[in-house]
Write a protein that binds this ligand. Structure first.
Ligand code: A3P
Length: 288
């Protein structure tokens, strides 16, 4: 008969000052030696900040016209694979290659900088990011057990979640952007507010000029409800997620944190936030 084994959840450990699991560090040497090509496009995010959304936008911008079959047969996480999980992108047949990473800026392989690759960073406000991450960790067996909400809330503030401190991540990339014209820094909240406008900004950064029709088609196609129904973008094909516990395309809103944070938690959070977010030029919206 069958032996059913539940995948066991990985341990969290400190890796060069950043909380990680082995999935993201096993290939460290190979990943650090990665040879980027000048036309590679890297999507960098803290987990749950809108990685999949921006991956899909880019995939449509680059390949929506030329390879429509890609849209209906290859899940987005294979079209835009993880830098950290080397095996997939070695096989990437496309040019450009679209690659995603959750690395903090100091972990990005040097080849991306040497080759002047375009890098797109997406940030999401910490409160919604935390809530989204909590729900994701509950259903994704590749993640350490999130525990209960109160516990998770503390761990997130301490940076004891995969990829470490949200505060360090968004700040590190923000600093880098000030001196790197190849980094485009965008916000999840802006994408929710006006997807078309943000796609226009992306296009001018990337030097793309889709037709007006194409731009409309993409803007419509990447809306939350469309992506939620689309099996190639909603992760329903992913083996390591427990869809009984939740869904990857969960809510897609700004401000859902209000349904999770208690008043006391919100005060504690804001107090701590002020201490960690000293740069007045980096402002994230928790409300629209
Ligand atoms: P929620 O859990 O708040 O719903 P990532 O791709 O980085 O893992 O981020 C996932 C988050 O982005 C989830 O947030 C998901 O619903 C949201 N998301 C994905 N596509 C979206 C879209 N088209 N519009 C709004 N939110 C989207």
């Amino acid at each position: 008969g069958h032996i059913w084994t539940l995948p066991s959840r990985p341990e969290l450990f400190d890796f060069r000052g950043v909380s990680m699991t082995h999935f993201f560090t096993d290939n460290w040497e190979n990943v650090q030696n990665f040879k980027a090509r000048p036309d590679d496009v890297l999507i960098a995010t803290y987990p749950k900040a809108g990685t999949t959304w921006v991956s899909y936008i880019l995939d449509l911008l680059y390949f929506g016209q030329t390879s429509p079959e890609r849209q209906t047969s290859v899940p987005i996480y294979e079209r835009v694979p993880f830098l950290e999980l080397i095996e997939l992108y070695l096989l990437l047949p496309t040019s450009p290659r679209l690659i995603k990473t959750h690395f903090p800026v100091q972990f990005v392989p040097k080849s991306f900088w040497e080759q002047n690759c375009k890098i797109i960073y997406v940030a999401r406000n910490a409160k919604d990011n935390m809530v989204s991450y909590f729900h994701f960790d509950s259903m994704a067996m590749i993640e350490p057990d999130p525990g209960d909400w109160n516990n998770y809330f503390q761990r997130f503030m301490q940076g004891k979640v995969v990829t470490g401190s949200w505060y360090d991540h968004v700040n590190g990339w923000w600093k880098k952007k000030q001196t790197s014209p190849n980094v485009h820094y965008m916000f999840y909240e802006d994408l929710v507010e006006d997807t078309g406008r943000e796609i226009d900004k992306l296009c001018s950064f990337l030097g793309l000029s889709p037709s007006e029709d194409e731009r409309k088609r993409i803007t419509g196609g990447v809306q939350f409800d469309k992506m939620k129904k689309n099996n190639m973008t909603n992760y329903s094909t992913h083996a390591r997620m427990d869809f009984k516990t939740g869904s990857f395309m969960r809510k897609g809103r700004v401000g859902d944190w209000k349904n999770h944070f208690t008043v006391a938690q919100n005060e504690e959070f804001d107090e701590d936030y002020k201490k960690k977010m000293k740069d007045p030029t980096l402002q994230l919206r928790t409300d629209l």
